[in-house]
Structure formats: C-alpha cells, structure tokens
Design a binder for this molecule. Structure first.
Ligand SMILES: [Zn+2]
Length: 424
C-alpha cells in the first residue's frame, strides 16, 4: 500500500526544542519515501495539521498519550557496563575511581560483550537515537553500529608521561585500523579525546583539541567534575596527586594556575569540545564557557552517586548555557535512560520548565554531537518519533507527564535518520 504521509494525532506533542503542543499532530513522510520515511513534514496543533494535510487516503493515527523525538545520551562509557552496581559512591571521586580500578584484576568490563550488548539494548528501549560514547577500548562500537546508533565515538587518551602519551596519540590511527579495518558505521563519527586536564599531558590535550578543530569534528573532555581536580591544577595538592602517585606512579608538574585559565591556554574552551560535568564551575567561569561556544554535557545522577552534588544548573541558565545530558557509565548510575537525568534535575530545580529538561535530553544533545537532523520534531528533521501511551489528556504539561512516567513503555512510531551529517 502506498503511504505518502502519516499523521500522528496525540494528546501532547513534545517537539523537543520548543514547548509542548497540547492536542497536537506530527506529519511524517510515509513508507513510500524509502530512506526518508519518518522525515517530519509538519508539526503543530491537531486542528491545523488535519486541515492542511488530512485529505482522504492519508493515514491518521490517534495516540492517547504523548509523542516525542528520539533521545540523545551525550555521555556514556558503555565499556564499563559490567560494573553495574559494583562501585559504591558517596566517597568522592578519588574513592570511586580507586574502587573501580582495584576491581580490574578480577573484572575486565570491556571484555564482557554480553554486558555491553545488554546496555545497548537498554539504550534502545529508552528511545535513544544517538550517543556520545567515551571509550578506551572501542569495545561498544560494534554493538552501537549494529543497532543503528548515530553519534560520536570519543577515543580516550590519558597519561602524564609526555613521550608515552604522544606515542599513543600518533599510534591511534593504527590502533583503530587494527580493530576496525573498515569503520563499521557512517553514522558514528570518530575522534580521539583527552580524559581530563589532570590525567592527560598538556601537549596531548593541545594536539587532540587541535585535531578536532582541523578535522571539523567534536572532541570531549571531563572538566570541573570534582573539588580534587581544581585543587590539583591550582595548588598541586589534595587527594588527586597522592592518588596518581600511589596508583599510577605519576607525579606531574602541576600548572598552579586557575583551572579555567589553564583550560583556556590548552584551547579546550572551544566550539569543537564537549565539556562534561562542570559541577565545580563558578559563575565567572560559566560565563567564559558560554562565550567560547563549547557544548556542555551534564551527568547529574553520576555526580550524585560519586560526589553527592549536582551541577549548578541555575547559574548555567543565567550564563546562557544550554546543556545536554548524559548518563555516564553504569559504574556510577542505575540506568542509561537520559530522561532519568532530566528528572533528577527537575526534582532539584523545580523552577526549570519540564520541556527545557526534555530539550536537554534531545535537541541540546543533538546539537552538542553536531547531528542536527536528530533531537527535535521540526520540519526536515528525521529524529525517530516515539510514543508513550497513557492517560495524559488531562495533564497540563506533557513534558512533566513524560518525566513523571518514566516507566511507561516507549515505542518508535516513525524511524529516524540514516546517513551522516555530523557537522561542527
Ligand atoms: Zn565520563
């Protein structure tokens, strides 16, 4: 049967990038459009959309519930999925990471393909279309490619020994080619990424950020995640130097400079960089981040697990930052549902409208990863359209209903993109 367009008429349409539309409708390209099936033709109030597009022969589906775009989880570490529930929190970052690495002789999580496959299935069930996957081993690339994910693979580099780490940087193309003689997905961009400013030699940070700029792609950096990081960079003391010496036998020369001055000197405040966490960033530092055009990714449930602290969301909004969200890994989070991050922020910051929280889990993530065809139900986008069935007709705000009903099953009603459009 020829299906030119399909109309989904729902109690609430949540476009992702704009406020919800009560009694709304989404018009998408139908099955006879092949690879373009699911491209959004129009979106608006149901009365407008049905009047404009609802001629005879057009398929109209009435959805008792909500319609929203596929989610974007902008920060994951899927290779750690076998560590789910095994790394206790509440003792600060050094306590957490120490527990993680001391378990490694017994557990090599990146070799547990079943745990990684289960994690990717979990992302699919949550309605996720794209990820920003940070990886040391590239272990999850195959599973992400098989399930049709879009996004960025950030190949992580760390080490304070200059000669060793620069050799690793120059050896990365061979490392990738050995694992993937032919890269398995045109929807997954590849970029090497520095781990943090206290675990990666400054010359490597400069080289990796420079590469991202020259190749017009994105890279990623954990920044201002915890107090120990600032203490190490600015004063050369606190728990981080002691831990690096004990565990990694590394004793770097500390910059002894304000953290964001140091970050700026290495070029990381840049539109080519995703800055992850910023829990400890201050208002004047957030203003510098906003000015730089860098993307910001927050992982609130991971921060709660490790440091029992949330990022300064209100100060970020005041600075004009529109953050994306990520779950971080299952070693510091209970699930890979990025709507759980939106809900965690909504519980603590009730003044932030629910639709803005949903925007962080959709459109802001798509923009951070440079994939503008995803993350919003807007004309020309092909975001993957999802529905949640539930009695939302009386709900004043569809986005609040969605966040409050995270356990309702999410089903894809129109497919998402194919083909790459990763842009800086
Ligand atoms: Zn991370």
């Amino acid at each position: 049967m020829t299906v030119r367009v399909r109309i989904f008429h729902a109690d609430h349409v949540l476009p992702g990038d704009t406020p919800p539309i009560a009694d709304g409708a989404v018009v998408v390209a139908g099955r006879d459009h092949g690879d373009s099936e699911g491209t959004v033709v129009d979106v608006g109030s149901a009365s407008d959309m049905l009047a404009k597009h609802g001629s005879s022969g057009v398929e109209v589906q009435r959805i008792r519930g909500l319609v929203f775009p596929g989610l974007v989880n902008a920060h994951t570490h899927l290779e750690l999925s076998a560590m789910r529930g095994k790394v206790p929190g509440g003792r600060g970052f050094v306590g957490w990471v120490d527990s993680l690495v001391t378990q490694r002789p017994e557990v090599a999580p990146e070799e547990d393909g079943a745990a990684i496959d289960a994690a990717v299935d979990e992302l699919v069930r949550a309605g996720t279309m794209a990820v920003g996957e940070v990886t040391n081993s590239l272990a999850a690339v195959g599973a992400l490619a098989r399930r049709g994910f879009a996004g960025c693979i950030f190949h992580e580099v760390f080490g304070q020994d200059r000669a060793l780490v620069m050799r690793r940087v120059s050896g990365l193309p061979a490392e990738v080619a050995a694992r993937w003689p032919s890269w398995p997905s045109r929807d997954l961009a590849y970029a090497p990424a520095p781990h943090t400013l206290y675990t990666t030699h400054p010359d490597a940070v400069r080289a990796l950020v420079g590469r991202a700029r020259e190749t017009s792609c994105r890279t990623s950096l954990h920044l201002a995640e915890h107090v120990g990081e600032r203490r190490a960079i600015e004063h050369g003391d606190g728990p981080v130097p002691a831990w690096l010496l004990a565990r990694a036998r590394q004793s770097p020369v500390w910059p002894m400079r304000p953290l964001f001055d140091y970050a700026t000197s290495l070029g990381v405040l840049s539109s080519h960089v995703l800055l992850v966490h910023l829990v400890e960033a201050r208002a004047d530092e957030l203003a510098r981040v906003a000015e730089s055009g860098a993307s910001v990714v927050l992982c609130p449930r991971s921060n709660l697990h490790i440091e029992m602290k949330l990022p300064p969301l209100l100060a970020m909004r005041a600075a004009g930052i529109e953050p994306a969200l990520g779950t971080d890994s299952l070693a510091s989070n209970a699930s890979l549902d990025v709507l759980g991050e939106a809900k965690a922020l909504g519980d603590r910051f009730p003044s932030v409208p629910a639709w803005e929280l949903l925007k962080m889990a959709t459109w802001n993530g798509a923009r951070a990863l440079g994939i503008r065809s995803l993350g919003r139900i807007a004309k020309g986008a092909r975001p993957g359209v999802f529905a949640v069935d539930g009695d939302a007709s009386a709900a004043a705000d569809g986005a609040s209903f969605l966040l409050a009903n995270a356990l309702l099953a999410r089903r894809m009603i129109a497919p998402g993109r194919s083909g790459t459009d990763v842009t800086p």
